[in-house]
Design a protein around this ligand. Structure first.
Ligand code: SAH
Ligand code: SF4
Length: 454
């Protein structure tokens, strides 16, 4: 229906309308953008990489840190001139940032050329909002929280043809004190197991080779279903589907990462031996203040258990430096934990105050320069650890899913091994999308290089 209206509208000017989507933030946003692209495509839009010429520009935004928001404001500002040249252009913002009332208000008052503002709960309303805008003119804002849909009926236009993101749950109930996610994404909702299985079966049939299961805390998947299902059961069910593919997942909250889950990962052949297990801090005082609900000791026990059960398992993590009240001793606890666990890679963040969170009320008197110095110290440590992991791989043979053209030299491809390490190797383009056995010959800081085996 909406598509027909739209075609009529655009047939007047005799060209196919174009839309540009830019995604900020995490894989959940990437997945949401694939739905937004699916809806736009069903409406008759062709997707374009060029925001300046596009008839519709849609930014799917992130609110996790202030600099992510600043980047969005900067990019929106840059569109002002192209809107002045083309009054018909529609500028739309959605996602976690716009779900916050103070941001929606700022956009409404200070960015008059933004036409549509809608939140995480309203992505399914894009066709309706866009149609209203095109037919009636004006501006529309929808950041209501009443529709907690799982989006099962929304079309999906996927970004790639090798790896597919599959959300298994939405929202978060954890309320880590620094984090805005529970405020902008709402409470945990899990998809039915049968819906996930059907989607994965379709993806395998369509030739996808890597399934990336997504959730803010995948370990609490299925708790609210009737009857409840565990994440371990979901993994086991997907692992048994026929076909040559691998399964990855993120994110695991350490407090909910059970031994049963680790035993399941160990058993499941298609589930990669890589666990992204964000620790955030190695100081029990900070972990308590962050409301993470585990201690450094419990976390390390979990790591030991996983190492014992899953040979060659790799861990990656998220770390926040400079949480309010973090002392040098707290930071050193984090430093030591990183040394002990030896992560393959780290996503490192300087604490960013988020309006509406508990931590936003805490005094934060550590000077920025001190935080920055700690941050640099941690990066230097991780660079050494990451390089050592890569050097260990030299001489080993690894199985790699080839994903695209490499960066280190012409004629090279890149892919990831089970542990999530980037591997570059000489190979024909026809290998892209298949599993290749590679002997590693060289370690780089961010990847390893090798030779494909016959
Ligand atoms: N659900 C996931 C993470 C979601 S946000 C989990 O619990 O692991 C991704 C990462 O951003 C977090 O793990 C945290 O390290 C970081 N982050 C979240 N809020 C932040 C803030 N206010 N300041 C700095 N980093 C933050
Ligand atoms: Fe944020 Fe914590 Fe939920 Fe992760 S688990 S999304 S860090 S509140």
């Amino acid at each position: 229906m909406v598509r027909r209206h739209n075609e009529r509208l655009f047939s007047l000017c005799g060209k196919t309308p174009t839309a540009h989507i830019r995604t900020f933030g995490c894989q959940q946003n990437v997945s949401d953008s694939e739905k937004l692209a699916g809806m736009l495509s069903e409406m008759g839009y062709a997707m374009t990489e060029d925001p300046l010429s596009a008839d519709v520009v849609l930014f799917n935004t992130c609110a996790v840190r202030e600099n992510a928001e600043d980047r969005v404001f900067g990019n929106v500002g840059a569109l002002k001139a192209s809107k002045e040249q083309n009054r018909e252009k529609v500028i739309a913002l959605c996602g976690c940032m716009t779900q916050q009332p103070h941001i929606a208000k700022k956009l409404r008052t200070s960015y008059p050329y933004v036409d549509l503002i809608f939140g995480t709960h309203s992505i399914g309303r894009l066709p309706e909002l866009l149609w209203k805008k095109l037919s009636e003119g004006g501006r529309f804002v929808d950041i209501s929280q009443d529709e907690l849909s799982l989006g099962e009926d929304l079309p999906v236009l996927r970004d790639g043809s090798i790896r597919a993101w599959v959300p298994v749950m939405y929202g978060c109930n954890n309320f880590c004190t620094y984090c805005v996610v529970p405020l902008v994404r709402g409470r945990e909702r899990s998809r039915e197991l049968s819906d996930i299985v059907r989607e994965v079966e379709d993806l395998i049939r369509a030739g996808y080779k890597e399934i990336g299961l997504l959730g803010q805390n995948v370990n609490s998947y299925g708790k609210t279903l009737n009857p409840p299902v565990s994440f371990a059961q979901l993994l086991e069910t997907l692992d048994q589907l026929p076909g040559e593919f691998v399964i990855r997942f993120m994110t695991s909250h350490p407090k909910d990462c059970t031994r049963e889950l680790i035993d399941t990962i160990a058993r499941c052949e298609k589930v990669c031996n890589h666990i992204h297990l964000p620790v955030q801090s190695g100081s029990n005082r900070m972990l308590k203040a962050m409301n993470r609900r585990y201690t450094a000791e419990q976390y390390l026990e979990l790591i030991d258990y996983a190492r014992e059960k899953i040979p060659g398992v790799s861990f990656t993590s998220d770390i926040i430096v400079g949480f309010p009240g973090e002392t040098e001793e707290d930071f050193e606890d984090t430093y030591r934990l990183i040394e002990q666990v030896k992560y393959y890679s780290l996503f490192t963040f300087l604490y960013s105050r988020r309006e509406g969170t508990k931590a936003a009320e805490l005094p934060d008197d550590t000077p920025y320069s001190v935080k920055q110095e700690r941050f640099e110290r941690m990066l230097a440590l991780q660079r050494k650890i990451g390089m050592a992991h890569h050097q260990e791989l030299v001489g080993q043979t690894v199985r790699v899913l080839a994903e695209g053209k490499g960066k280190t030299a012409p004629g090279r491809l890149w892919g990831k091994n089970q542990q999530g390490v980037i591997v570059e190797f000489d190979g024909e383009d026809c290998l892209i999308g298949s599993f290749v056995t590679v002997r590693v010959t060289q370690a780089l800081q961010w990847a390893v290089v090798g030779i494909a085996q016959q």
